[in-house]
Design a protein around this ligand. Structure first.
Ligand code: ADP
Ligand code: MG
Length: 320
């Protein structure tokens, strides 16, 4: 059955449990009216997802709804911002209700967990594409930027790395992929509480969407510094150990595959004890993987100090 655009909006997109007090006017008018709390800066991020590029063909609608919000929440986390409002543009090949039902279920169940209200959007016909814009708050001047890393800072990551990349490889090769690993690709868990907890502690942060090496590279460029990583210290899950037998390949997944949505952040040595106290509560855990230095470039080393040569590179949508 096919509904009109208007019916789709009313039946699915306008139905949500979250009603925020700072939304003066939500879905239904020409624009939403929103109130930014005094003393706060608005953090704004947007991410587009295209089938076959940002999620494999045939990904279930619930996961697509989850992921398009999760990747934007991950950007909020990387700034230390508290998520608040989302707007959504969606292109659908046809107004298929079962897709929209699953999509909004995935979107709203994550939105509910993080107190996010969908306040507007646009629904059009076209090849499947979803674009979500996220708005959050951070106390004026307290946003965690990429540019604050300083020589001597420790480099940390949350969670484990490489799982989503390994899942994607299995799917593309038509191998069976375990549910846990598939979830790491399809339903990333944004590190929102962790990002907020890093305010005042981290000197710089980024979320890992294109692979650790590529994304840490952005911190290094923005901060005008270099870094040395101990590849033997990279946090790898038991699932990655099961599906990738070669230990060097595992490190390559952790260093260069995308879609992890973990945070990579830098902390000055005198703040590390505060970090450990705060991070004690975090389920995902944190791992120290290296140090910022003044010499430009990224040096990858094994535990014994010998250099590690990386074959793969971070995912770049415009690369060959
Ligand atoms: P307009 O023509 O003024 O842009 P629309 O008819 O496109 O308005 O949309 C009507 C209302 O529904 C607007 O408030 C718009 O923000 C909202 N809306 C449309 N599509 C979506 C969507 N996919 N998700 C959330 N809100 C939507
Ligand atoms: Mg209008």
């Amino acid at each position: 059955m096919s509904l009109t655009e208007f019916q789709l909006i009313n039946k699915y997109f306008a139905r949500q449990r979250i009603r925020r007090g700072d939304v003066v006017l939500g879905i239904g008018d020409d624009a939403a009216l929103l109130r930014v709390p005094p003393g706060m800066e608005l953090a704004v991020a947007i991410d587009a997802m295209v089938e076959g590029h940002h999620f494999p063909q045939g990904t279930d609608p619930f996961s697509i709804g989850h992921k398009v919000l999760a990747v934007n929440l991950s950007d909020m986390a990387a700034m230390g911002a508290e998520p608040a409002w989302a707007t959504l543009a969606i292109a659908l090949p046809n107004a298929e209700e079962s897709f929209v039902a699953g999509f909004t279920e995935g979107l709203f169940s994550l939105a509910h967990r993080f107190g996010v209200e969908l306040v507007g959007g646009d629904t059009v016909r076209g090849p499947l594409m979803v674009v979500l814009q996220m708005h959050g708050f951070v106390q004026a001047g307290k946003g965690i930027k990429r540019s604050g890393a300083f020589p001597g800072d420790a480099i940390y990551v949350t969670g484990t790395l490489g799982d989503a990349g390994a899942a994607l490889q299995q799917i593309l090769k038509h191998e069976t992929c375990s549910d846990v690993l598939r979830q790491r690709l399809d339903r990333p868990e944004p590190r929102v509480q962790e990002g907020i907890g890093l305010r005042g502690i981290a000197s710089a942060a980024i979320d890992i969407s294109d692979g650790l090496v590529a994304d840490l590279g952005h911190i290094l460029d923005a901060s005008g510094v270099g870094a040395t990583l101990d590849v033997d210290a990279l946090p790898l899950s038991s699932h990655l150990h099961e599906v990738v037998i070669d230990p060097v390949k595992r490190m390559e997944y952790a260093l260069a595959s995308g879609d992890d949505y973990e945070l990579c952040f830098c902390v000055s040595p005198h703040r590390e004890s505060t970090l450990r106290a705060v991070a004690h509560e975090w389920q995902c855990g944190i791992t120290r993987i290296g140090t910022i230095d003044s010499e430009a470039g990224l040096r990858l080393k094994r535990h014994d100090g010998s250099p590690f040569k990386l074959q793969a590179h971070g995912f770049d949508h415009f690369a060959e």
